[in-house]
Design a protein around this ligand. Sequence first.
Ligand SMILES: [Zn+2]
Ligand SMILES: [Zn+2]
Length: 62
Amino acid sequence: MGEWKEPYTMCSTCRAMGEVVCPDCYGSGHDVNTDEDCYTCNGTGHVECPTCHGDTYVRNKW
Ligand SMILES: [Zn+2]
Ligand SMILES: [Zn+2]
């Protein structure tokens, strides 16, 4: 039995949350230009993590 190396590691971009603060509204969910819900995050204030795409883990690079 060889030593098993975990092929995935916790995503450091979102800290395993799967989502990050919206870069357009900075988490407010509000578009200051249009005075409506932020188009990027649909008013949630968060968007899918661009690094792990919501998986919270990323594949290690060997
Ligand atoms: Zn937003
Ligand atoms: Zn992530």
